[in-house]
Structure formats: C-alpha cells, structure tokens
Write a protein that binds this ligand. Structure first.
Ligand code: PRX
Length: 644
C-alpha cells in the first residue's frame, strides 16, 4: 500500500532547475491532464481515477481525478510511517516562553489523529457531516482537522478572533454538528474566553450542533452544559490509536472556509479532496524548495487558508517538519519571531507583510541579535509587500542570501498560484512574478478582452482549471458562479488587478471590488457597513480602504447619523462595539468621519469612487462630480476628512 519512499516522492515531483520549471510549465499548458496525472501518480490512492479532468468553467462544474478514491490523511500520515515514523511532523512553540514546547513524530501524530477521529465517531459524526473549529493555535487544532479528514467529515475552521455572531452565522450556514474549541486562548499578553464565545454563538439558534468538544488549554473556569459539552481529555484520550481511513471520492468535500466578498455575508468556499491534495503538496515542495530534514515555519493562523494549506496539509503531505506557533509576533518582546527562528533553526519562513512592517517599525536592527544561518527561503503572503519591507526582509532576515518568494493566491485557489521559485527563477521586489505550472493567468481589459502584450495592467483572471480551485460556495452554487465565473465568461475572475512586466512577471496591484485587505485579513466593506448600520442612530455608512503604513490598508468609515452627533467620541465607541459584536475587532474602522450626506448618483447609489479618493487623500483625482444628485456633499466631506 505504501507506494513510495518519501525521498523518491519528493525527488519525483520537485522542480530543481530553471529548465525543469520551463519544461513543466510548457507541459502543464500543452497537456494539462497528462501533466497533473503524472504528479498525482506519486500519491497513495485507494482507487485510481477514471478521468483526469472534467472542465466546465461556465456552470461551473470542475472535477479532477474523477472516479478516484483516497484518504488525504493516509497521504499526510500513514504513507510516511514506513521511512519517517520517528521524524518530527509537528513542532509546537507556546505563547509563553516559559511553557513547554511540544512535538509529534509522524507516528505519534497519526495515533493522536486516530484517537480524535474515533472520538468524533463516538459523538455521532459521520462521513459528510460538518465539524466547526473555533480554536487557538495549539496542536489539537491540527489533530482535529486531520481527524475530520480521516473519517470524511468536512471541517469548517473559523478564525478565533471572530465574534460570537460571526461564528453563529458560519455554524448555521454550514449546519455544523460539532463545534471543537478550547476553554481559553492565550494570545500574547491576553487570555481570550473562547468557550464563552462558543456558548454565546450557540445561544443564537445553532440548532444543528449536538456537542461541543472542549480542549483544556488554560484550565480557567468555564460554564458547562453537561448534555452538550465534552472534555477532550475525557473522550479523546481513552480512544483507540488506530482508525481506518474512510475511502473518499476525489470530489468529496474536504473543507469549507468562509471568506469575505464584495456583497452579502461571507461565503463558504468549498475545497474537495484529491485536487486540493495534489495541488498543495506540489506547490509546497516547489515554492519552498523543502528538503528532507528542513524545519519549515508558516506564521499564519490556522483559521485562514494559508494555515490550512501551508501549516497542515502541504507540509505533511510532503513529509516535512512543520512548526506551529501559538503566540503573536511582538510578545513578550519584538524579538519573539526572530528568537523562534534561531531556536528551531528554521529553514523556510513564511509570513505576512503586515507582520514584517510592524516588526521593522518596532525594531529595525532587532534581528541582528539572532543567528539566521539556517534560513534558506523567505516567503510572503496575503497582501502586496512594499519595497521597503521587501528590502528589510531580504537584508535583515535573509542576510542577502535567502530568496524571497512573494506568493500570490486566494482562499478560493487552495494553494499558491503565482510566485518565484527560490534559487530557480529570479525575484524582484513587489512582484509575485511567475505562475506555477498548471496556472494560466490572463490579463483582461475593462471590456473583458484578453491583453496579450507585456508591460500591461488589467484584471487578473485564470484561464484554465487547476486542481486546487474552488468547486462551489457551500449551499449556494449560483453564488459561486456569479462571483467568480460569470463576470468574464470562461475565466475564473480573481477580483484583483495585476500588471505584467516586460519579462512576463506579475505584480499584484490589489482588489478591484469592495474587498479590503487589512493586516492581511480579507474584509468585505459591505459587512462592516452592515455592522455599523445596526446602530439605531445611524442611517447609512460607506466603508473604504485607504493606504496604511503597517496594516497595508486601513478602514475608513463615512457615517451618516439620524441627528447631529454631539458626542463624536462616545458615538465612535458605540460603533466600535457594533463592529466588534457583529464581526470582530479586526474589522474596527481606523477612521470614522460623520457626514451630513453621502455623495449619491441620481439612482441613489453611493459614489464610492469619490469617497475612495478622499480617504486616500488624492483630491486631485476626484474627477467629475456632475452626475451626483448632491455635488455639494463632496466639498463638505473634504473639509471634514481625517488623514492619519
Ligand atoms: O488581493 C489579493 C491578496 O489577498 C487576496 C486573497 O485573500 P485571502 O483569500 O484571504 O487569501 C490570503 C492568503 C492566500 C487576494 O485577492 N493577496 C494575497 N497574496 C498576495 C496578495 N496581494 C498581493 N501579493 C500577494 N502575494
């Protein structure tokens, strides 16, 4: 059953030279099915596929490796036991420097996953059921996720910084049967009452939930519902250490992950089993050039797609040692990240520009105190990396010797789409650069026509399916079609604008829709407006992103009240509370401006373009306001504008 020794596996699918990249890319375009079949062949399948690809980018109806059966955890865990059962799979560094780190070999991780899988079965979870996670960055979140995959349950991880309302929305949408959480969450100096948030969410009508599986992380007091709540240590610890992997169809869902769009509530992006597996493993091995024995660290939270694909699935599929960190970059001091790299001799480090900018501002020379001799590759993800941060990362962390991979991709993509390959293709500040094999980016003009030249700018779309792509939005396939596949027929629309330089490198400019990227967190402006508008004294609001030195983008809210605002500070506090309650603290506006009226067209639409220019402090680019029903509003708003 164990088809390949791991080093053979890695050797056979990892690109090692520019010529190999070029050949792989060419083959992936000329014969995509043959290309992916060759890669997929190296994984462990219960049954091989009948067809490599069913390609319908219109409906959309995308199916990869149809007819195949597999279990992704067999590929993440069992497959490695033969030749690396005693190698560390997961390293865990706690929030507190004084606490004990933990580690799991591949054998131990498999046993823990099987125990948790058996526990889920004991709670009545069956193949196809949804299990929601609201957990801190502790090993049990990885164990729980893999346990779901082991028995064919669909995991839905919710970032533990979201509010109880946001959690309840996601539980209800996914109709989750179980919620997994911890008692508390340690994040830097704060202790966050996780279980209390879950209790509150469940009081908001989450009828589908039968049990809450609670991991004791801090041992603090919590409320307990004896019919519903179960301690991890009471149930999981006593389970058997073996659990037969469920045979999953290639296109059975693996997980749902909620993400924000330009309209309405967040949507559940659905990823399926086989394609996601092949894609995350392939991109992990290539983009990080992981070698046997390396220690790889991705600082993302497991509540986002980066945590799914590049803390858990990609590295474990590749037989890597993956490090998980419970804490935050600046705790107990600004050297914490650097100390962790030094302590574990991290070889590949993958983080977000916002963390780099914050650390750079707080301690330009702080990294000089540490030994980074181990660093081979530096990664960046989640938002455009500005040139200053890129150069600092290169000089201070890479010491000029480690290539930076600026990886562009999205929750919907499953894995990295555009990135340099370290030591193989070149790197250029601010450029994600080259598409991965199998990824066919195109730039479209405003009319949807493909722009073939180089040195152009336009809308970024993807022309051909890749195995890790979104299949549907949970419970609402039409939303998937209208959001991603209807705007430009036959293409997947990313929502980003990009530039292609004279050598074919891509530079991501940013979103062209009403989505903003705050500290690498994707936030829909409509969601923030909805939260603000819940305030009884607010008539309407318009939320816009503006350039922010640390966060990348900040949130600017133009707010119209029912009456004159006599206590603006008090009102702002109430707005913060509204946003925190409905979404979470990450969506709190940086600037709130009270306005008498918002600029509107004759049809009553808010002219966001004008507000964007005001928020960005680019008054000279406001342009024509003659089509407004209330052109005088622009002058009023300019007078009251706040620029940080
Ligand atoms: O605008 C792009 C930006 O983040 C968006 C996707 O956000 P999310 O689904 O939360 O996934 C983030 C991590 C995979 C994209 O539409 N983005 C992501 N990576 C980059 C980026 N913008 C510029 N450069 C990047 N490397």
């Amino acid at each position: 059953m164990f088809v390949n020794q791991n080093h053979l596996f890695v050797m056979s699918i990892q690109i090692k030279s520019l010529a190999e990249y070029q050949a792989s890319y060419k083959k992936s375009v000329e014969d995509p099915e043959g290309f992916w079949a060759e890669i997929a062949d190296h994984f462990t399948w219960i049954k091989k596929w009948d067809h490599v690809l069913h390609n319908d980018m219109v409906t959309p109806d995308i199916r990869w490796f149809e007819g195949a059966q597999l279990n992704i955890t067999e590929n993440c865990l069992d497959r490695h036991i033969a030749d690396k059962g005693d190698q560390i799979a997961l390293l865990w560094e706690p929030n507190e420097v004084t606490d004990q780190p933990r580690s799991f070999t591949y054998r131990q991780l498999l046993e823990e996953v099987c125990k948790c899988a058996n526990a889920l079965k004991a709670l009545g979870v069956q193949k196809g059921d949804r299990v929601c996670f609201y957990m801190p960055m502790i090993p049990e979140v990885a164990i729980g996720i893999l346990a779901c995959a082991r028995i064919g349950a669909t995991h839905s991880v919710v970032f533990a910084g979201f509010s109880s309302n946001a959690l309840a929305d996601r539980i209800k949408d996914a109709q989750a049967k179980i919620v997994m959480c911890s008692d508390y969450n340690r994040r830097g100096p704060k202790t966050i009452p996780v279980k209390a948030v879950v209790d509150e969410a469940l009081s908001l009508g989450c009828d589908s939930v039968s049990h809450v599986l609670v991991n004791q992380t801090t041992g603090g007091d919590i409320a307990w519902d004896a019919d519903r709540d179960v301690w991890w240590h009471d149930l999981v610890d006593k389970q058997d250490t073996t659990c037969k992997p469920e045979a999953m169809d290639a296109e059975d869902p693996l997980f749902v992950l909620y993400t924000s769009g330009s309209t309405g509530k967040p949507k559940g992006v659905v990823h399926t089993t086989a394609g996601y597996m092949v894609y995350t493993c392939y991109t992990f091995l290539n983009v990080f050039q992981y070698q046997q024995g390396d220690v790889y660290w991705c600082t993302a939270d497991v509540g986002w797609v980066t945590g799914h694909s590049y803390i858990i699935y990609g590295p474990l599929l590749a037989g890597a040692t993956t490090l998980m960190f419970e804490g935050v970059p600046g705790y107990p001091d600004i050297g914490r990240f650097w100390q962790v790299i030094d302590k574990y001799k991290v070889n590949q480090f993958y983080t977000a520009p916002t963390a780099l900018r914050a650390l750079m501002a707080a301690g330009w020379d702080e990294p000089d105190k540490y030994d980074f001799g181990s660093i081979k590759v530096l990664g960046s993800v989640g938002e455009p990396i500005n040139e200053e941060a890129w150069r600092w990362y290169d000089a201070k962390i890479g010491r000029g010797k480690a290539p930076i991979v600026d990886t562009w991709w999205q929750t919907e993509n499953g894995g990295i789409m555009i990135s340099s390959l370290p030591g193989i293709t070149d790197t250029k500040p601010c450029f994600a650069a080259y598409p991965q094999p199998g990824v066919q980016p195109v730039i479209l003009d405003q009319n949807g026509a493909v722009v073939h030249d180089n040195n152009v700018e336009g809308l970024l779309c993807i022309k051909y399916p890749w195995p890790g792509m979104i299949r549907t939005t949970y419970g609402d396939h039409e939303r998937c079609r209208t959001t991603y596949f209807a705007p430009y027929k036959g293409y997947y629309f990313t929502g980003d604008a990009a530039k292609r330089d004279e050598d074919g490198r891509y530079r991501i400019i940013g979103r062209v829709d009403d989505v903003i990227n705050v500290s690498g967190h994707r936030i829909g402006t409509a969601e923030v407006e909805d939260a603000i508008n819940q305030h009884p004294e607010i008539v309407e609001s318009a939320v816009i992103g503006f350039p922010h030195d640390i966060k990348g983008q900040g949130i600017y809210a133009f707010v119209k009240s029912t009456k004159e605002v006599t206590d603006p500070e008090g009102m702002k506090k109430e707005i913060f509370e509204m946003v925190t309650k409905h979404i979470g603290p990450i969506a709190k506006p940086d600037v709130i401006q009270f306005v008498a009226q918002l600029p509107k067209t004759r049809s009553g639409k808010i002219m966001r373009r004008i507000l964007r220019k005001i928020a960005e402090n680019q008054y000279d680019q406001i342009g024509d306001i003659s089509t407004l029903i209330n052109p005088e509003s622009v002058e009023e708003i300019k007078l009251g504008a706040i620029h940080l």
